[in-house]
Design a protein around this ligand. Structure first.
Ligand code: FRU
Length: 493
């Protein structure tokens, strides 16, 4: 049965999607309306499905629905009708984030947070969050009659019943597991682990990890998986404090790498790193492909800039390019899915070009590009303090990517990109130089810039507010730098 609320969202999509503004070519958006977190990123009947936090009726956050797209290569997406609307008592104030799994009987199961707001005796609104299930066929989903399936009484004593959300499910042998974000007695983030035989009836197992106020307060949108012999937990903390250049303040993103102690079912983390160092990255979610690749997608936005819409666009929020993960040298590394290379069109390449003054190279431009730049000092003992690449450039506007080899950082600055609001525009992050050389892969899709440094040791994602026509690029340095550059225009005909 399709509820009135869902019908109305689907009707709105049918009526207004044809009038969507110019859209990114391979980054998922709603077309019309608002999106935030990726949800339900999963393999179902051999295709990759992605849902997302969605409010179709405006470019601002509102009562959360789940939007839906699918793909067979992570690059070309097909839009499907909205999958869920807040239409039951237990989720009437929102169908918050969650995940999906294919059941052995061929159904697709969605597990998500149902939100209810209740006024307490003092007249203050309080939010209650429980985990709920819907099952379907890859297009239409039915909420199960026994929702919610994980309730307030299944969390440790003293933990918050108000912040308990974003279940991420996976199957391991004959059992299903799921992790969800919560606040412990100290009000900072905890990740709770649950298990089930059939994915419908759940029991609490353990607190898998806890912030203890080290990495922010509430931990949102957890994901947990094993990769290259390590156990990995991804979380998106609220209210983080900055730590060096590794973690910025506010809504952040943290990857904990370690090993699960199987007797306590608790993650013994040995390292913590940022997942993405850009201004716009939150709530990543992963899936495992049939051939064993771990692929991650995230909201390419930040809550701090959630009201910063480009006027002429009818959508707000987009996803990152899906990224293949690996662990190298103890670090989580990421690169765009290899399928992106199938969309490489015309190529322009230069080798050993000396950069000192501002230089533009013929054919090195574009806003829909896959470009790799290698930077090294010119000649024996050559030095330089900085190298700057400008992209999305026209007469007055540009976005700068500045590499400082001695400091070991890249700084991205969109202050002069032409967006007339005083939002956070600069982010600097640590990088390594290998054998005197730095390699940057730059992916652009009209309104975004994603940088992958040294084959994915660091990634950094940015929304670009500059009109898509600003497509020039140039390079400068304070010394003598040699670069190689290879640029492909991406083509989707
Ligand atoms: C993270 C988040 C989730 C929540 C959703 C609501 O961005 O706050 O914790 O489920 O967004 O839209």
């Amino acid at each position: 049965m399709i509820s009135e609320e869902l019908q109305s969202a689907r009707k709105f999509e049918e009526d207004y999607l044809p009038f969507a503004s110019r859209l990114p070519l391979f980054h998922v958006t709603a077309g019309i309306g608002w999106i935030n977190d990726p949800n339900g990123f999963s393999v179902y009947k051999g295709e990759y499905h992605l849902f997302y936090q969605y409010y179709p009726y405006d470019t601002k956050w509102g009562p959360m629905h789940w939007g839906h797209v699918k793909t067979s290569d992570f690059i070309k997406w097909e839009r499907l009708p909205a999958a869920m609307a807040p239409d039951h008592e237990y989720d009437r104030d929102g169908c918050f984030s969650g995940s999906a799994v294919e059941l052995p009987d061929g159904r697709h199961l969605l597990i998500y947070t149902g939100v209810r707001i209740r006024r307490n005796a003092d007249g203050v609104n309080e939010t209650f969050q429980t985990q709920c299930i819907a099952v379907g066929d890859g297009r239409d989903y039915e909420k199960v009659p026994f929702n919610p399936v994980i309730t307030e009484d299944m969390i440790p004593e003293g933990n918050s019943v108000h912040d308990f959300r974003d279940p991420k499910i996976w199957r391991e042998g004959d059992e299903y597991y799921c992790v969800a974000g919560n606040r412990g007695a100290d009000r900072s983030g905890e990740i709770l682990l649950y298990k089930s035989r059939d994915a419908f009836e759940w029991e609490y197992v353990s607190t898998l990890a806890a912030s203890h106020d080290q990495y922010g307060k509430m931990w949102e949108c957890p994901d947990f998986f094993s990769l290259d012999g390590k156990d990995i937990l991804l979380v998106s903390p609220q209210e983080m404090n900055a730590i060096g250049l590794e973690f910025h303040p506010g809504n952040g993103n943290v990857c904990l790498i370690g090993k699960v102690d199987r007797t306590k079912m608790c993650l013994e983390a040995v390292s913590a790193q940022a997942i993405d160092y850009g201004l716009d990255f939150y709530a990543p979610q992963t899936l495992k492909t049939g051939n064993g690749r771990r692929v991650m997608i995230a909201w390419m936005q930040n809550w701090e800039t959630a009201s910063c819409k480009i006027d002429e666009l009818r959508f707000f929020g987009q996803m990152t390019v899906p990224r293949e993960l690996s662990v190298r040298g103890g670090r989580l590394c990421q690169n765009p899915v290899r399928e992106l290379e199938n969309y490489r069109g015309s190529r322009v390449a230069y080798n050993d070009i000396l950069i000192s003054d501002e230089t533009s190279l013929h054919g090195i431009s574009g806003r829909l590009v896959d470009m790799t730049v290698r930077v090294r000092p010119a000649g024996e003992g050559g030095t330089y303090k900085w190298f700057r690449l400008r992209v999305a450039k026209d007469g007055e506007r540009s976005v700068s990517v500045i590499y400082r080899p001695e400091k070991g950082t890249i700084k991205v600055d969109r202050t002069h990109s032409g967006f007339p609001h005083d939002i956070v525009n600069v982010r600097e992050f640590p990088v390594s130089t290998h054998g005197n050389e730095l390699k940057m892969r730059i992916i652009m899709d009209l309104y975004s810039l994603e940088i992958f440094v040294n084959d994915g040791e660091q990634a950094a994602s940015f929304v670009l507010y500059t009109p898509a026509e600003a497509a020039a690029m140039s390079m400068t340095s304070d010394g003598n730098v040699l670069i190689d550059v290879e640029k492909y225009d991406l083509s989707f005909d």
